[in-house]
Ligand binder design. Structure first.
Ligand code: UDX
Ligand code: UDX
Length: 474
């Protein structure tokens, strides 16, 4: 089918993926109207806030991109039906979390919102509409979307103007914290689909700023699977280096040296070899579990358990860090103050989904610790939501119950603390004045650096004890 150049885009889902991606498309394609819609009214108001500090997603550079395009050809709206009706192309960018109950619970993706979007597009679209999966989805979801779009709509029965559709997969590979750069300078753009006209129409949008050779065209199923496989490979590298870190600690090796030594092999490469408290974020665990579910579904249990181990090692790493902190503090943290520096799952984002800080904090609370949590971007409300635990300044008393409270500064977090545990690699944690901070802490005080951000010599010369991930002693 002949498809006209795309002039109007609707994106359903104004989250971490939909918001920044559409902002960059609008910025780079001033001739295309881009409307981002969301059921969440508060989120849309935040995207429309005149104060760019209040955008719902924190991403370096996002404010500038939004300020250039918003109101010109970038719009944020709750008018879902109207926006779909006037769009030539609809991106589906809603969340696809791991199912909590029912068939496939704990592994399969919950596709209810994707299905709801497809049904809404089926009823509201006009003319020919290109429907693009942006959300990460299990392989063959496009078949379900196509089936829904093919259901004849009552209002068009016997009508010649019934809408028609092409379905494409166009997974997003942006990483949070570097989303704008990843979108503006992608390694590749992947478009999966069987309708070459529709593929070309979508490719033409990206060609406004991406070199044509970086736009990969594949079968639908290859595109869907590539997103899962890419995230699984990245996560696998992190579990691999974290497994080596544990061995380094036992053998006297140093994981930073090992990472350098193996990463300089051009076949391996240096990226994604930072040992840490384990991977977090909304994608890695969800996508691997999804892959595991698919493997079981297709009768490949060995393949499933291979990938499942990547997640298990990650959970183990988080539990290991909480456990070793307790052990080093004479086997008990009950009633002791521990400063947690960093709650976001990585630096330069306010996102806490699956952050290692959650499991580690919960384990320490279980042990009766008093946590003082500092993060430059994560709000106390968000921390309370993740810990399902209200903040409190109460002394745990003899009951030894764990408590936590938010700290506005690193200094207040460390005041009277027995230990500080660094869980996010925020820039401001890299050059802390340990000599001054050590005087605020209760001796013998520990620094637990799970992100390799501190200068070990400065910590040692401040009289503090230091544990760094993956550093063994002779
Ligand atoms: C999500 C998925 O997690 C990821 O797998 C996928 O690749 C892209 O979409 P993200 O943008 O980070 O990633 O999710 P989130 O920030 O939760 O945003 C999704 C938005 O969709 C939310 O704002 C939600 O309100 C909205 N939504 C959800 C709708 O507008 N309609 C729905 O029916 C469901
Ligand atoms: C990831 C993928 O990188 C991206 O392509 C995909 O679209 C979405 O999922 P994201 O989760 O935003 O992006 O961040 P990423 O930089 O991949 O980091 C994920 C987690 O791994 C973070 O918790 C990070 O701290 C951790 N990590 C990363 C390490 O522990 N060590 C590393 O060397 C790299």
């Amino acid at each position: 089918m002949k498809i006209n150049p795309i002039r109007s885009i609707c994106c359903i889902g104004a989250g971490y993926v939909g918001g920044p991606t559409m902002a960059v498309i609008a910025d780079r394609c001033p001739d295309i109207d881009v409307t981002v819609v969301d059921l969440n009214e508060e989120r849309i108001s935040a995207w429309n806030d005149s104060d760019l500090n209040n955008l719902p997603v924190y991403e370096p550079g996002l404010d500038l991109v939004v300020s250039r395009a918003r109101g010109r050809n970038l719009f944020f709206s709750n008018q879902v039906k109207e926006s779909i009706s006037s769009a030539d192309l609809v991106f589906i960018s809603v969340n696809t979390p791991t199912k909590q109950k029912g068939l496939g619970a704990g592994q399969a993706s919950d596709l209810r919102w994707v299905e709801a979007c497809a049904r809404q597009v089926a009823t509201c679209a006009k003319g020919h509409t290109v429907v693009v999966e942006k959300s990460t989805l299990p392989v063959r979801t496009a078949a379900a979307i196509k089936a829904i779009l093919a259901i004849p709509q009552r209002q068009y029965l016997n009508s010649e103007v019934a809408p028609t559709f092409s379905v494409l997969s166009n997974p997003e590979f942006l990483a949070e914290g570097t989303a704008i750069n990843d979108l503006e300078n992608p390694d590749r753009v992947l478009i999966g689909g069987e309708d070459p006209e529709a593929v070309n129409a979508l490719a033409a949008i990206y060609q406004n700023w991406v070199a044509p050779e970086k736009i990969l065209r594949t079968k639908l199923w290859s595109s869907e699977l590539s997103k899962l496989a890419a995230n699984a490979f990245l996560a696998q590298r992190i579990s691999s280096i974290n497994s080596v870190a544990a061995l380094c600690e036992e053998t006297g090796a140093d994981v930073r040296e090992v990472a350098l030594a193996i990463g300089t092999d051009s076949r391996i490469g240096p990226k994604f070899l930072n040992a840490g408290p384990g991977f977090g974020g909304s994608c890695f665990q969800k996508d691997i579990l999804n892959l595991v579910y698919l493997c079981h579904h297709f009768g490949l249990p060995e393949v499933a358990s291979y990938w499942e181990q990547v997640v298990e090692l990650n959970t183990w790493q988080q539990k290991r860090i909480a456990r070793l902190l307790v052990q080093k503090l004479f086997g008990t943290v009950t009633g002791k103050k521990i400063a947690i520096l960093g709650f976001a799952f990585k630096a330069d984002t306010n996102d806490t989904r699956e952050a290692p800080a959650i499991r580690i904090s919960l384990d320490l609370l279980e042990e009766g610790a008093q946590l003082a949590i500092h993060d430059p971007k994560v709000s106390p409300n968000q921390i309370a939501l993740e810990l399902s635990h209200l903040p409190s300044n109460l002394d745990p008393g003899l009951k030894g119950e764990g408590t936590w409270h938010p700290s506005k500064s690193v200094e207040t977090a460390l005041e009277g603390a027995d230990a500080v545990l660094i869980l996010t690699e925020w820039e401001e944690y890299r050059d802390l004045d340990w000599l001054r901070l050590s005087r605020l802490m209760r001796a013998p005080a520990w620094v637990f650096d799970a992100r390799s951000v501190v200068d070990p010599e400065k910590v040692a010369s401040a009289g503090l004890m230091l544990w760094r991930v993956g550093e063994g002693s002779d």
